[in-house]
Design a protein. Structure first.
Length: 620
């Protein structure tokens, strides 16, 4: 046995998978086509965003690396949706893309039990029956054995680059595609499809007229993504915003026939929620302008990223429509926008552990599962790494439910529903998002990270200290009564005389910071604890209702279904239900209920069989 585990691809999924396995004392090989592109921010140089920032917090709570990398490399920080409810607020940071890349590579290089190797994997080694993975075959002829293999190929597996009529194999512009593995997986019986994504042009700073754009500064207070870290001491540089116009859209419409997307060259479906500018013009003909975020790529480069205007039109057309935009009239394009089409595997071929149903020990994570985004990829990579380790240790997999993590929502969506377009995480996908706030990630997941072996005891102690502090704050609020003297300092308290502070805090005009100034014993707690406690009090009614929904949800999730349940002989199930259940192989009644086409009557029949001791198969 050469290695205990092999990870294919060193993007954000591959980094988390490899680091987690190595930190759990498994001798791990990370294979990538280019060691200098480990953790490269291929597209937007930013980490976080709506729901995505929650994923980064969850990665950190479980013991992953992404939060630490962005904390050390951010060049602007913002809390998104600050004016809206806490359930939809999230962190976002602009990154110095070259520093992030350098830190990611350095972290992997220094990790004990992790070996880096530059080559291209072209096939998997399996047992004679083709049911268990045994290792990989590389382009240069290396046969490397392992107990588990995690595939994190991103956009590189059989990747094709498109710019107008220009077309070549590639995973990123001027970076070679990983040729061979997609074909090999098809030959092994995997359902392999094609997806498309794209990226915009990069522009030279001195060619941009920032005076004609809207300036967007970051927040004055920079918060850490890592849960128990100090606030990052990082520079904060501005971003800018401008808009397309009627002339921009006219140029694009006149040249639409030159787009490979609309000329039939690209067959893969692109991301619905991050469309190219061609898609925007076609799909939203009544819109006379679209936002363009003009974002720096780092502190040591003059390149700017033109977020919101990705394109695969010919380069001369890109230059023409860009120069029709206010502030970009003299733009110098350093790198053109382009589309990339690549192989992905239908994620319904996976268990919720991210292990494939067809091949034991073979896990898949990241864009190869049909997702879009660094954060989605990293979250899957971490889960795949933990579950590959658990498999080798003979432990059950870590499967997060929809009620306890955005990660759980994402994985359940993928393996239960599948996807035919790049999947992106949104707060709207999470039914229990009020409980999945970014400030509760440690309360929900850090214990699991400790049990998995990726969180130190010191962080578990910090978690217990936080829980105790939150309980103590609540007790103080319940004991302390509003006095007439308090109302003299804070007029809003006039209608709360003799009530406890907790009741007064439910008033939308009163904030816990106001009460801290009136009660010295509250002053010893950190501002983070004060903020979190205020949310818990103000939204207590909503949270309790959601907790009741979660209890009902968990009842369905806890009704387990064995992997070899015989649906074919289960009387009463429709033929359509049997077909879909055999394909997905749900592990719980809850998961079965979310499969498209499964009716309530089918669930009732399953519930009846699972409740019997001598059904077709007993529940697992």
């Amino acid at each position: 046995m050469d290695y205990k585990a092999i990870v294919i691809g060193a993007g954000h999924a591959g980094i988390e998978a490899a680091l987690s396995l190595a930190r759990l004392d498994f001798n791990t090989l990370l294979i990538t086509q280019n060691l200098d592109t480990i953790g490269k921010l291929s597209c937007n140089p930013a980490i976080g965003g709506l729901a995505k920032g929650n994923l980064v917090r969850e990665i950190d709570a479980l013991g992953g690396e992404m939060a630490r990398l962005i904390d050390q490399s951010m060049i602007q920080f913002r809390v998104l949706n600050r004016s809206k409810g806490p359930a939809v607020q999230s962190y976002r940071a602009q990154a110095d893309k070259y520093l992030y890349n350098q830190l990611a590579k350095w972290t992997c290089e220094r990790q004990k039990n992790l070996t880096l190797f530059q080559d291209t994997v072209v096939d998997l080694l399996t047992d004679q029956e083709g049911t268990k993975v045994l290792g990989v075959l590389t382009q240069r002829g290396w046969k490397i054995s392992a107990e588990t293999v995690i595939l994190c190929s991103g956009t590189f597996m059989e990747g094709e680059i498109f710019i107008g009529s220009f077309q070549k194999a590639g995973g990123r512009i001027d970076e070679p595609a990983a040729i061979g593995l997609g074909t090999a997986l098809r030959a092994k019986g995997f359902d392999v499809g094609r997806l498309k994504t794209g990226t915009p042009a990069r522009a030279l700073r001195r060619s941009l007229d920032f005076d004609r754009m809207e300036k967007q500064d970051g927040d004055e207070v920079i918060e850490a993504f890592a849960l128990y870290a100090q606030r990052p001491q990082r520079p904060s540089v501005p971003c800018y915003m401008t808009y397309t116009n009627d002339m921009t859209h006219k140029i694009i419409q006149e040249n639409m026939h030159l787009s490979p997307l609309y000329g039939g060259k690209i067959v893969g479906r692109g991301p619905r929620y991050c469309p190219s500018i061609e898609d925007k013009v076609v799909r939203f003909p009544d819109r006379n302008r679209h936002q363009i975020f003009v974002e720096p790529e780092g502190l040591t480069t003059e390149e700017f990223y033109l977020n919101g205007i990705s394109s695969s039109l010919p380069e001369e057309v890109q230059l023409k429509f860009l120069r029709s935009v206010e502030g970009l009239e003299e733009v110098i394009v350093l790198r053109p926008g382009y589309a990339v089409e690549y192989d992905y595997l239908n994620p319904t071929q996976l268990y919720p552990s991210l292990e494939t149903k067809k091949l034991q020990g073979f896990f898949i994570a990241g864009q190869t599962n049909g997702t879009s985004g660094y954060e989605e990829a990293a979250a899957q990579g971490l889960l795949a790494g933990i579950n590959a380790a658990n498999k080798m240790r003979g432990l059950p997999p870590l499967i997060l439910s929809r009620a306890e993590a955005y990660m759980g929502v994402m994985v359940d969506d993928l393996v239960t529903l599948g996807t035919e377009e790049p999947y992106r995480m949104f707060t709207s996908r999470a039914e229990y998002r009020l409980s999945l706030r970014h400030d509760t990630a440690d309360l929900r997941l850090l214990q699991k990270g400790f049990e998995a072996g990726l969180q130190p005891k010191e962080n578990l102690e910090k978690l217990n200290e936080k829980i105790s502090s939150l309980e103590e704050i609540r007790e103080l609020l319940q004991k302390r009564r509003v006095k007439p003297l308090d109302a003299q300092s804070l007029v809003a308290l006039n209608s709360h005389i003799s009530r406890d502070f907790e009741s007064a805090l439910r008033d939308p005009n009163i904030h816990l910071d106001d009460l801290v100034s009136l009660e010295n014993s509250l002053g010893k707690f950190s501002s983070d604890y004060i903020y979190q406690c205020e949310l818990e009090v103000k939204y207590e009614g909503y949270i309790k209702r959601q907790e009741e929904q979660v209890r009902r949800f968990q009842k369905m999730e806890q009704t387990r279904i064995s992997g070899d349940f015989d649906y074919e002989t289960t009387k009463g199930l429709s033929n359509e239900a049997k077909e879909k259940l055999k394909k997905i192989r749900p592990l719980s009644l809850g998961q079965a209920s979310r499969i498209p086409g499964i009716r309530q009557s089918d669930i009732s029949i399953l519930m009846l069989y699972l409740g019997r001791k001598n059904g077709p198969n007993e529940s697992a």
